[in-house]
Write a protein that binds this ligand. Structure first.
Ligand code: 5GP
Ligand code: ZN
Length: 157
């Protein structure tokens, strides 16, 4: 299969590099000059939030069977925690069955617990999920932003 053909197949299926990244996939060109073939290999993307959730990098501020949480690298408020399911789900709109919906419920329970632990439960906190580029999603592992510790304006930008 030539690389052009491989890319054509992906394009016909409605994919490009960024849509594959959203599914947690990446494609790389594979070329063997001696045998004179080229191809496209599909592999699971290294997901940064999967790695953090597994404790491979960074530090967790909360963990249970289904959920992991860690401080946002670029905090937008005195409390800015990212809460993720341990299961790789690329974005909120991919949650379509009861099993994943239950996991999202566990994420919200964790948000409530962390807000209480951080002492922002009474004054108020915000839980935000950005779904897809237009809403500002930049990491393709669904994550809930828990924000608090300052007055939060509305509407959001
Ligand atoms: P989004 O824009 O997808 O809603 O939010 C992604 C968030 O992840 C951003 O607030 C960004 O600061 C945070 N972020 C991106 N990469 C990392 C990382 O490697 N570690 C941590 N702790 N946060 C990250
Ligand atoms: Zn992931």
């Amino acid at each position: 299969m030539s690389s052009c053909f491989g890319i054509l197949v992906l394009r016909k299926a409605g994919h490009d590099a960024s849509s594959l990244a959203r599914e947690g996939l990446r494609f790389t060109h594979v070329r063997n000059p001696k045998q004179r073939w080229e191809g496209v290999s599909l592999g699971l993307e290294d997901c940064i939030f999967c790695k953090i959730a597994k404790g491979e990098i960074g530090a967790l501020v909360y963990e249970d069977e289904f959920v992991a949480a860690f401080n946002d690298l670029n905090a937008q408020a005195p409390v800015h925690v990212l809460i993720v399911p341990k299961k790789h789900i690329a974005r909120l709109s991919d949650v379509t069955d009861n099993e994943d919906a239950c996991i999202m419920g566990k994420v919200l329970l964790a948000a409530n617990k962390i807000a209480a632990e951080r002492g922002i439960a009474e004054e108020g906190y915000r839980v935000v999920v950005n779904c897809n580029e237009g809403a500002g999603q930049s990491v393709w592992h669904v994550h809930f932003h828990l924000l608090g510790g300052r007055k939060l304006g509305w509407p959001p930008g």
